[in-house]
Every structure is written in structure tokens, then in C-alpha cells.
Design a protein around this ligand. Sequence first.
Ligand SMILES: C[S@@+](CC[C@H](N)C(=O)[O-])C[C@H]1O[C@@H](n2cnc3c(N)ncnc32)[C@H](O)[C@@H]1O
Length: 202
Amino acid sequence: MRKINDYYSKKAKKNKYPARSVYKLEEVQQKYKFLRRGDSVLDLGCYPGSWSLFAAEVVGPKGIVVGVDLQQADRSPRPDSAPIHWLTQDIMEPELIGAVRKYRPAFKVLISDLAPKTTGNRWADAQKSLILVRQTLMLAEELLLNKGHYLCKVFQGEDFPDFVEEVKKKFVMAKVLKPKSSRVESREVFVLGMEFKKHVID
Ligand SMILES: C[S@@+](CC[C@H](N)C(=O)[O-])C[C@H]1O[C@@H](n2cnc3c(N)ncnc32)[C@H](O)[C@@H]1O
């Protein structure tokens, strides 16, 4: 296991990404191609910035990336990438929607690698994660374009099946994914929702 972690950490360093987590996003992108040239992307929990940098490269100069985190990110996008706007904000605060809308009224893709500060207590950590995850789904409802896409990291707890059902209702296609670069011993998985059904009221 350690070998795999070292492999992705070294690869990230070599390719000048600040975090190995970029390879989880890359793997989902390779399989589902949910990020496209010209897309607008909202990245929640973006610090230190690997996902935003990767997304900005994929969507290219006609796209845009807005990254949000409690911690201040400041990396410059690579050449031939979309501009990245870094916001230092709490995603739980209602002001976030207005702050994000200064850049785009709505987004084609919302990605979230948010992780709460863990306590070591599995149940408590899963609950904290679920609060953040539910907030990302609420933000997706506000900020995603019709037929937009959603990718969210979740630490599986007892409410996880209910959350997946919610995503299934709101998107044409929903999948639970465990990328190879995600530690096997970790309870993290990624929920992908493709083609948001903007006007479905349940
Ligand atoms: C695993 S890191 C993200 C790594 C990032 N995707 C990358 O590739 O560089 C999770 C982030 O979630 C952020 N976070 C946790 N709770 C948050 C909240 N309420 N609002 C904004 N960001 C939060 C943390 O500050 C942390 O930087």
C-alpha cells in the first residue's frame, strides 16, 4: 500500500501538482470525460490547488475555474489553461453563493474534494463529512447548469446510501467510484452525477 502512495506522491511532485489527490480526479476524468473544453468549473475544498490546476488545463483558456477553500490558495494556472479565481471562504456560509456568482451565474461542473478536520472517531468523522457533502449538493442545486455534472468525495457512513439515492434522483446518471489512487483502507469514495435535472422538483 505504502508503495502505491509513494508512487502517486512522487508522480505529483514530478508533475508539479501540490497534492497527490489530483490523480483521483484524473482517473475519473479519463473514464467519464465529464470536464470539457470551455467548461466553467466550481471546485469546493480546492486547497492546495491540484484539482483546480488539473481542471483548468482540461477546460482550457476559454473555460473558467473558481476554487473555494477555508485556506488561501494562490497557484498560477499553467500555460494554455483557464483562469483560476481563488476564494477563501467557508462553503457553509450563505455568502458563498453571491461570491461565486460574481464570476459566473451558474457552472457546468461542480467538483468537491472537501474533507473535514478528522477526529479519529469514525462515526463522528463520517457525520462531519456528510454535513459538507449535503452542502455541496445544495450548492449544486443553486449553481449547476441544467445537464451539468457533479463529483464529490464522501467518507462512507450509515447515511451514505440515502445520499447516493438523492444524487440518483437529481442526475440522469449516478455512480459510486473508488479510484485506484485512493487508499484502499480509506472509507473515501467519489460520487459522480452526470446530467443534472435542473427543473425536477421532488
Ligand atoms: C483534501 S483537501 C483538498 C485537496 C485539493 N482537492 C487538491 O487537489 O489540492 C480538503 C480541503 O477541504 C477544505 N475544507 C474543509 N472544510 C471546508 C469548508 N467548510 N469550507 C471550505 N473548505 C473546507 C480544507 O481546508 C482542505 O483544504
